[in-house]
Design a protein. Structure first.
Length: 255
C-alpha cells in the first residue's frame, strides 16, 4: 500500500495498527502515513477501557478519527467513530489497496520500477483528487479522464487494461416517468406491442430495463445501462419508438 507524504488532517478517519499499549494510552502506527499516533483512554469507550489489554492487542487494526494533528504529534479518538464511518473507511482503504496493486501490476508488466510509475500516476492523482480508486473506476467508461497524467499510449493502455480487469463499474439505475397512450380501439394491444418493440430496439445497448404501470398513461422506466454515459442514447431510442407508435406526452427523470 502506498504511503501518503503529508500528515493527516483533523477530522480525518485513518487506519491504525496497534504498536504498543501504555498505562493510559495506545500507540498506533498509521498505515497510510507511516507515522505514529496516540490514543488516550479519554477517547476510548468505557467497554474498551475495561478490557484495555484484551481489546488493544499488538498488530490489531482500528478505524480512528484524528482529533489533533501537527508535527509535534497526532492524537486519535475511537469513541468518535460511528459504525457507518468505520465501514466507509474500511471500504475506502480496501479500494485504495486495489488501486495501488493495479499500479504495481502495471509497472511489472511494463518493466518499469513501481516507484517511477507511481510518481507518474499515483502521486499526480493524489495531488488532484486525494484518492486513486474513484478516478480509476471512472476511467473504465472514460479513459480520457487520465490524460492529465501525460502517459505514453503504451503505458496508458496497459494501465486502463489492468484497471478494467480489477475494477467493476458500479451499476446505476436511472428512473424516468414516461407518459404515453393510444387512442385506438385496441389501445392496450398497441401499448403492449410498443413496449416489446422498445426491448427489441435496445437489445444491442447492454441495458437492463424494467417498466412499471403507474396509472392511466403513466409508466415508470427503471434503466440500468452497462455504460452510464449511454443513458441519453437509450432515452432517445425509447422516445423515438414511442413517438412512432403512440401518442407521446413527455418524460420526467426521477431523482
Amino acid at each position: 500500500m502506498y504511503i501518503r507524504k503529508n500528515i493527516p488532517e483533523i477530522g480525518e478517519f485513518v487506519i491504525g495498527t496497534v504498536e504498543s499499549t501504555k498505562s493510559h494510552h495506545v500507540i498506533f502506527k498509521l498505515d497510510e502515513y507511516n507515522l505514529n499516533a496516540d490514543l488516550y483512554t479519554t477517547e476510548i469507550n468505557r467497554k474498551e477501557v475495561r478490557n484495555f489489554k484484551v481489546v488493544f492487542k499488538k498488530n490489531r487494526k482500528f478505524v480512528l478519527k484524528v482529533i489533533k494533528s501537527s508535527k509535534s504529534g497526532i492524537n486519535l479518538s475511537l469513541r468518535k467513530v460511528g459504525a457507518g464511518q468505520e465501514r466507509a473507511k474500511q471500504e475506502e482503504y480496501r479500494n485504495e489497496k486495489i488501486a495501488d496493486e493495479i499500479i504495481n501490476q502495471t509497472s511489472k508488466q511494463l518493466k518499469i520500477k513501481y516507484s517511477e510509475l507511481f510518481k507518474k500516476t499515483g502521486d499526480k492523482i493524489l495531488e488532484k483528487y486525494d484518492l486513486i480508486y474513484p478516478l480509476f473506476q471512472e476511467s473504465i467508461d472514460n479513459p480520457d479522464i487520465i490524460d492529465f497524467l501525460k502517459l505514453t499510449k503504451k503505458n496508458k493502455d496497459a494501465l486502463i487494461s489492468n484497471i478494467k480487469s480489477r475494477i467493476s463499474v458500479k451499476e446505476k439505475t436511472f428512473k424516468y416517468n414516461f407518459n404515453f397512450e393510444s387512442t385506438k380501439s385496441n389501445g392496450i394491444v398497441v401499448v403492449k406491442n410498443t413496449v416489446k418493440k422498445i426491448f427489441e430496439n435496445l437489445k444491442n445497448e447492454k441495458v437492463k430495463l424494467e417498466i412499471k404501470y403507474m396509472g392511466p398513461g403513466k409508466y415508470r422506466f427503471n434503466i440500468t445501462p452497462k455504460n452510464n454515459k449511454k443513458i441519453s442514447k437509450i432515452i432517445d431510442i425509447i422516445e423515438k419508438t414511442l413517438r412512432k407508435n403512440l401518442t407521446y406526452l413527455g418524460v420526467r427523470e426521477i431523482k
